[in-house]
Design a protein around this ligand. Structure first.
Ligand SMILES: Cc1ncc(COP(=O)(O)O)c(C=O)c1O
Length: 373
């Protein structure tokens, strides 16, 4: 028995399990949030830092036990999204997904073929690249420009002439906060009808730059917007996100998902959250106020930072960023080190929460970096 096991261990791993597709074999798993975040002040994943509306919690508590035993039902949820947006959209223009991550995965699955190109920017949200790689796509990632990380509009416009299959724009961009006027995105989409132009609007509530009020999806069926209840409504743990666009495109993307990918708890929570927009609006207003306060402290203290859109900003510590990250962690505060990210290596991305939370962060940061009061 022992001898057999030793022989088994000596075999190369490839012989022990069936090989996946080559694209999957060379893929690095997307790094998910670390464990043990619950007791900390979490300024590392741009989540809502105070939790969802009490009405969401109430609705979840009221779920009867038999609802757990049956498959989820989605009746009326697309209509509720449309009503929440207050725009002249039809329910079939809304796709429902198990978080925007799942929507992104489905978009690549439905539209990205081997050898085709994903055009995007860098640095940007980290999940676009692995999704392109798993399809065997080529990636053209154009850097943000200058000290202010401006959107590389001319270079994107030129690259669109090569007819990439997909263009992914995160607006405002995570992590640089870069904003692009919706009118410019409409122009890009109009100039590239063969490219599906996906606009990730996860953080638009913090800028008000949404494309949706302007978009005419019958004129521009190659335009698709992503929205989520994770960052503002506080449902990140339940996983629910939306695609909004031309009904035919939304339908094709929905074809590659499973029939019950969104669970019943997320559905119940989504109805309650969509019905309590006032809670979200109040939270967003509080974050915007805290963001302005934080920027003022950094400016007055002469700390290099960058803030544009979104509920996050970048800070460049004087000390070793890994050591500052660790010292903050020891003080019970999590931030995200941008180690190895093009253009912003050496910075920390700090999510913005309430004023009180940012005051706590700033007190700890000042102590660690020895910034005088
Ligand atoms: C730009 C961007 N898009 C998508 C996602 C994923 O959103 P969801 O939680 O809805 O899957 C995130 C989460 O960090 C994000 O920052």
């Amino acid at each position: 028995m022992t001898a057999d096991r030793n022989a088994h261990d000596r075999l190369s791993p490839e012989l022990l399990f069936p090989s996946p597709r080559p694209e999957v074999e060379s893929l690095h798993a997307y790094s998910a949030p670390l464990e043990g975040r619950r007791q900390m002040l979490r300024l590392d994943f741009n989540e809502n830092t105070i939790g969802p509306s009490p009405k969401v919690v109430e609705a979840l508590r009221a779920i009867p036990a038999d609802h757990i035993a049956i498959y989820p039902e989605y009746d009326g949820l697309k209509e509720a999204v449309v009503a929440n947006l207050g725009l002249p959209l039809q329910p079939d223009q809304v796709g429902l997904f198990n978080g925007v991550d799942a929507a992104i995965h489905a978009i690549f699955h439905a539209y990205g073929d081997r050898g085709e190109t994903l055009l995007t920017t860098t640095p940007t949200f980290g999940y676009y690249t692995p999704c392109a790689q798993m399809q065997g796509m080529a990636i053209e990632a154009i850097p943000y420009e200058g000290e202010g990380f401006a959107f590389p509009l001319e270079r994107i416009r030129n690259a669109l002439q090569g007819a990439p299959r997909l263009l992914l724009i995160c607006n405002p961009n995570n992590p640089t906060g870069t904003r692009l006027a919706p009118e410019r995105i409409l122009e890009l989409a109009a100039a590239a009808p063969q490219t599906l132009v996906v606009v990730d609007e996860l953080y638009e509530a913090f800028t008000g730059d949404s494309l949706l009020p302007l978009a005419d999806f019958s004129a521009l069926p190659n335009l698709l917007v992503l929205r989520s209840l994770a960052k503002t409504a506080g449902l990140a743990g339940l996983r629910i996100g939306f695609t909004i666009g031309h009904a035919a495109v939304v339908d094709r993307i929905s074809r590659v998902t499973g029939p019950y990918d969104i669970n019943s708890f997320a559905v119940t929570a989504a109805f309650a959250a969509l019905n309590d927009q006032a809670y979200v609006d109040d939270y967003v207003a509080e974050v915007i106020q805290a963001r302005a306060w934080m920027a003022e402290q950094l400016r007055a203290a002469g700390v290099r930072h960058h803030l544009e859109g979104g509920n996050y900003l970048l800070i460049w510590p004087q000390g070793d960023p890994a050591a500052v990250d660790q010292a903050l962690r020891e003080a019970g505060i999590l931030v995200r080190a941008m180690t190895g990210k093009p253009l912003i290596d050496g910075s920390l991305r700090v999510s913005i929460g309430t004023l009180e939370q940012m005051q706590r962060f700033w007190a700890a940061y000042r102590r660690i970096e020895a910034i005088p009061a």
